[in-house]
Design a protein around this ligand. Sequence first.
Ligand code: BGC
Length: 461
Amino acid sequence: MTASTDHDPTRSLEFPQGFLWGAATAAHQIEGSPLADGAGPSIWTRFAHTPGMTFNGDTGDIACDHYHRWKDDVKLMRELGLQAYRFSVSWSRILPDGTGRVNQKGLDFYSRLVDELLANDIEPLLTLFHWDLPAALDDRGGWLNRDSADWFAEYGRVLYRALDGRVKKWVTLNEPWVITDGGYLHGALAPGHRSKYEAPIASHNLMRAHGAAVQAYRAEGSHEIGLVVNIEPKYPASDSQDDAAAVRRAHAYMNEQYLHPALLGKYPPELKQIFGDAWPDFPEDDFKLIVQPLDFVGINYYTRSVTRANDSYPLEAGAVRQPLGTYTETGWEVFPQGLTDLLVWFKQTYGDLPVYITENGAAFFDPAVAEGGRVRDPLRIDYLRKHLTAIHDAIAAGVDVRGYMVWSLLDNLEWSLGYSKRFGIVHVNYGTQERTPKDSARWYSGIIASHGRKLSDPLPY
Ligand code: BGC
């Protein structure tokens, strides 16, 4: 199918009633003060403070200082007209040792934030885990320890009891593929391991933890819970059979490795072939825990990859650069059609589960804040417009997409890339902490206010 991502003023791009428009962030990327008020360290505090692990030695110690500026940040969301805000909770603020003792002050921080969002008519979407595992749990083996499923359910229970009702949309994990591929296979992300043998075990325990947290939610909570995955459509570099087979493997590794067990209760068979002797025989009973009924799936979409057959791919990165492609500052090709394709694939493969686009956005080189407080970011506007149009195409094709969270509300800590990449629709001056909405934020406000109709207006450049 073909997405009409080019500007067409005759198209009506109104979105379905109740479509939720918002923005997303994650605790470690914006909060700063990771050890304040009795919080324990996380693996990211530890990793970033290890020399050589992050660009420029950047850490999350200050970040966007959201831990102190949350009230103003909510005010800003309100001014932009956001209807929803996806954020994550830092596990080690709530349970400094990962399990056991609850730190009330940590809980109070999120409780106040949620109240403030609700007072401003902004719906909270809460992610339990966006990568900042308590360091105390890493000391016990982290995601390699089968007990991690119980640890995660215990942590979930504390939050469900404190916030369910005020929070009506919950997410267990953010992007298990990145946690494992970056943290246990290639080592670019915390905890920085590089082991083909550890990766499938960490993935499997993450999925068991997801299942256990959903199960605990059904006992404690009465609203909605889902899983967030990053998926990336794979296209062959040529029409050779070898490339087609490579695409199949890459797709199984990145896209089906998590959705298949969570929604179908099994792994795709290619994983055994990809990991070889590193792929364990997992106990059958584990799948009963993993496959829990979900209320929605969150999809994070940034790019596609074009795949060429190569013995080590998909365990080594293997995307082929497109000579005519447009690339972002993180080296990702801008490919909105891929979002339509994968949403249609999702529906065909997993059925009519509601979907939220829980992240989508781009790092581009932004100019400094100009006099009068303007940041011109036409490439980001173009990116967002094309991707929103691609989502509209998927809705028109029958996919039940319920909302869109732009990544990110604020420029923030891009993990090991430090502060070198800016994804925000709001510019952050890291010296003064001043926030300046970029042109993309103003444009997005107009899209929200018009319920998408303004997507077919000419761009403001
Ligand atoms: C993550 C974010 C990250 C973004 C851009 C996603 O993989 O969930 O934390 O900042 O991509 O790289």
